[in-house]
Design a protein. Structure first.
Length: 88
């Protein structure tokens, strides 16, 4: 089994996300979050998700750099509008 140190894996993940269009800040935050999920034992939310995120960027479902607003901040969820308009 290949073992990759967490900081190196975060840099690799960030580089992949940046190549897909994310800013340095976005890519770093997502990559560190994914690696942290792996380290906490939540592998389904770890770096295995990065290819799916990149596919969703390519499909237009995730828009790097998109501005967002919180519509309803209610625990335990937060509601934000879809891209391009308010929610119903």
């Amino acid at each position: 089994m290949l073992i990759v140190q967490a900081d190196r894996l975060s840099r690799i993940g960030a580089a992949l996300l940046k190549a897909a269009g994310a800013s340095d800040e976005e890519a770093g935050a997502v990559a560190v979050g994914c690696v942290s999920a792996n380290l906490a034992g939540h592998d389904s939310h770890g770096v295995i998700a990065i290819p799916t995120y990149i596919d969703r960027v390519k499909a237009g479902h995730i828009v790097p750099g998109a501005k967002w607003t919180i519509v309803r901040p209610e625990a335990p969820i937060t509601v934000m509008p879809k891209r391009g308009g308010p929610i119903d």
